[in-house]
Design a protein around this ligand. Sequence first.
Ligand SMILES: *Cc1c(COP(=O)(O)O)cnc(C)c1O
Length: 375
Amino acid sequence: MSIPYGRQSISQEDIDAVVAVMKTDWLTMGPVVSEFEAAIADLAHTPDATVVSSGTSALHCAYAALGVKPGDEVITSPLTFVATASTAMAQGAKVLFADVAEDTGNIDPTSVESLITERTKVISGVDYAGHPVDADELSALAASAEAYFLEDAAHSIASLYKGKPVGSLADITAFSFFPTKNMTTAEGGAVVAKDAALVERARRFRSHGLVRNKDEQRYPDEGPWHQEVHEIGLNYRLPDVLSAIGLSQIKRIMEFKARRTAVFERYHAELADVQGLILPTKRDYVDPMWHLYPIRVQDGRRREVFEFMRDQGVLVQVNYIPAYWHPAFEDLGYKRGMCPVAEEYYSQEISLPMYADLSDDQQSVVIDVLRKALA
Ligand SMILES: *Cc1c(COP(=O)(O)O)cnc(C)c1O
């Protein structure tokens, strides 16, 4: 039996919640959506939340809510899934990549500062592996540039920074509920913000930009059926059927966090003496919900170790190829060598299996196979 790098944890309650919604009138656009949104806002300590169809659509709705448009610049990390950058480009922005800190792999505020221009609209940090970004520094940089600070928190729902939950740190924050993430709705995501008006803009974008409130309409006397579009949006809605999984999952999120913390600590303790490895760093003012356990393999042995572990049924992953190495970016003129710290991080990185349902026996296998790979 192989061991994946990430996996969902599904309970009988999750299944029952879906079945219950299937028997109601509302498969989508019904009451479970708002219930799930309230639970997310509660966890993130924000005035509101809107759920969407994926982490990618959450990022797109967030950039749209911030008014990102052609001519704007967005600064982000290359050590991320391509969606952090591609959704800003879908809004017409130019993306600039800042380098990362050597220890956490998170965007380096000093590198961000060097890229700020009068066109900077958004600074997008990514909480790599679940470890929150330097939120105070990035907030201050965004404020001084009259830009926004966006947090791609696809890895970090339920992480804390200086005691405050992710979601309450940035101007706007995007979550993902893909099965490998900290909690799931199969596909899904959410947007939260400190300012409820920004969440409302994201919510409108997720549903074609439709304005249903008569007080806000330009032609309210058109008829009782009337709804109108003021700014273009798309259909990025999360159905009630999937919101039901999320509402059930979020009740167990602290159990997920406790188990992920235990997995992290055991890797840390049992791999500390292995030569040729760099283990992930935790700054002392954060309390992460660990999404990944990223090790770095020294001496140019990453590929060999990766292939050995895969052959033994430990389905390790690499997170991530620097975003601008993708041919789509290369074709736009982005050059290798631009962010040397991120490139070196990538060249050594392997993500070990990390999820709430990973058993102690499975973790023993992972540790054993990794030791053999490096022996
Ligand atoms: C998973 C992920 C996304 C995209 O989320 P999806 O739900 O897969 O669309 C964006 N950014 C990061 C950092 C991710 O890990």
